[in-house]
Design a protein around this ligand. Sequence first.
Ligand SMILES: NC(=O)c1ccc[n+]([C@@H]2O[C@H](COP(=O)([O-])OP(=O)(O)OC[C@H]3O[C@@H](n4cnc5c(N)ncnc54)[C@H](OP(=O)(O)O)[C@@H]3O)[C@@H](O)[C@H]2O)c1
Length: 292
Amino acid sequence: MKNVLVAGGSGYLGRYVAREFKKRGNRVRVLVRNPEKIMNPGEHGEPVLQGFVDEVISGDATRPETIRGLCEGMDIVFSSLGMTRPDFRHSSFDVDYMGNRRILDMALETGVKKFIYVSVFNAEKMLDISNIQAHEQFAGELRKSGMNYTIVRPTGYFSDMGQFLNIVKSGVMPILGEGDKRSNPIHAEDLAKVCVDAAGNDLTDIDAGGPDVFTYRELAELAAETAGKTPLYVEVPLWIADVLLPVAKLVNRDIADIIAFTAAVGRLDGVAPRHGTRRLKDYFRECLSAEG
Ligand SMILES: NC(=O)c1ccc[n+]([C@@H]2O[C@H](COP(=O)([O-])OP(=O)(O)OC[C@H]3O[C@@H](n4cnc5c(N)ncnc54)[C@H](OP(=O)(O)O)[C@@H]3O)[C@@H](O)[C@H]2O)c1
């Protein structure tokens, strides 16, 4: 039995990781901003954490005074703490880099044995995006820190693929570029197993994707077929993102990041080593039946 801190424990991945550590007999402490959130299922079907956590710490990684003592007594720290949607107050640097840096400093001070961090697959090809820079700047410092570590770099999550279902309902499905770039998205339950396995192995860097590979167009078609819709497919040339990007950078860096990331997805193949058994078609079906 190990004492494990899960930072980002109220998030899509963090909830499955907390549950997986607990199922394997560990004592689990989670850092969350809002303890009530984990008492209800997540918006993408993530599990309620009641019964799967031993201790809930309420704190905000951008406010050091709220996370004092966070790592005390911990053997392992897992962090999927990150800013995944614009909050218009903090930057990715404040959260993904500085927030995780504060946790690492505490982990080093208190003798934590292993730190597992979640970055992004293909990060090295997208370092012009500030969110990816923040992830990899932290990953670089973790590597140099002297701590035993694993950096997990996943492809897109099923939670994000749910956007295809929302878009298909509008009747128009934009296809990025030629829609031929491939990826293998992963369910957080499958990814959680990869992350928890990392606590017991010596791998420093793990790329992880799901079991099935799709082109962008195939993802859109799967969403349409599962939802029983026949949308109009409209190819969106990637130069539009290139034109919008400098303007978006003047308005808001987080929105610029979303545009830059979308363009990168349209240009890069993103197939990582395959893990897990959860299928995207089933996930789409679950989303549709949850909507009723
Ligand atoms: N989505 C993808 O396809 C994808 C692919 C590869 C990698 N990733 C990376 O994987 C990581 C996890 O993604 P996810 O989908 O699980 O994200 P998520 O659902 O948004 O979870 C992020 C977690 O971080 C917490 N958090 C954010 N700011 C915080 C702060 N200032 N102090 C304390 N906690 C804070 C959130 O708390 P609240 O619940 O209070 O918001 C939440 O628990 C992210 O770093 C993301 O960049 C995502």
